[in-house]
Design a protein around this ligand. Structure first.
Ligand SMILES: [Zn+2]
Length: 229
């Protein structure tokens, strides 16, 4: 009994700071509209989510042109965007980025994930989501929340029942969203904090949308690059 009480106390100690953080956490503010230009000249809008003090995750196709296998010319980040001219926090400073697919053989959703590490601690302004890596959690038909920005930079949310596609991918029934790369997360009662499990990658003609799950290799690479510092 004593051990159980100690365990309960330990759980509470961990849960309490998260709960107090959750009261101030606004998912939209930790989610950026990305204004993207690649070296090949292509431009696109994207969505990315903070999961660490300096680290943002998104789809690889927001960091690497999947038509021409070219990297970024620039990317500006508008956190909590409300329109083309208004946002909660703008970042147009320096950052490094990593992608897990450089699309040399055309587009493929299976590793369409990448991350950004900002030179300054952007998360101090925006906050950041909790995260859950694929190997830590066997997903089995659970409701997920998808957030993305539309072409007028208004944030949109969607709920859907997600199914397992492979070790690293999930899918649900939805049409295409305006931008790719947005966070796919759990946010239901009983959970202390919105918890990102992947990024929206693509959709197909049969009405399925796909997400690449966050995996420990991504988290470990981000940690090594200082995303959580
Ligand atoms: Zn291009």
């Amino acid at each position: 009994m004593k051990r159980l009480l100690a365990l309960l106390l330990a759980v509470l100690m961990i849960a309490l700071p998260l709960s107090s953080l959750a009261a101030n956490f606004v998912p939209e503010r930790a989610t950026a509209y990305m204004e993207i230009k690649f070296k090949c000249g292509c431009t696109r809008g994207g969505t990315g989510a903070m999961i660490g003090r300096r680290g943002l995750i998104t789809s690889a196709h927001n960091l690497y042109c999947h038509n021409h296998a070219q990297g970024l010319e620039y990317c500006n980040f508008y956190f909590g965007a409300r329109s083309a001219g208004s946002c909660y926090y703008k970042y147009n400073g320096r950052f490094s980025y990593t992608v897990y697919n450089s699309f040399r053989n055309g587009y493929d959703s299976s590793n369409d994930i990448g991350y950004v590490v900002f030179e300054s601690p952007v998360g101090d302004n925006t906050g950041w989501y909790a995260w859950l890596a694929g190997t830590d959690h066997d997903l089995n038909q659970e409701y997920v929340h998808i957030m993305y920005y539309d072409s007028t930079r208004h944030s949109k949310g969607d709920w859907d029942l997600a199914y397992v596609r492979s070790n690293t991918e999930i899918y649900w029934n939805a049409y295409a969203y305006d931008t790719g790369g947005g966070p796919v997360y759990f946010d239901y009662e009983g959970l202390d904090f919105p918890t990102v499990i992947g990024v929206y990658t693509s959709n197909d003609s049969s009405g399925h949308a796909y997400a690449r799950r966050l995996t420990m290799d991504v988290i470990n690479d981000m940690r090594a690059d200082g995303a959580f510092n």
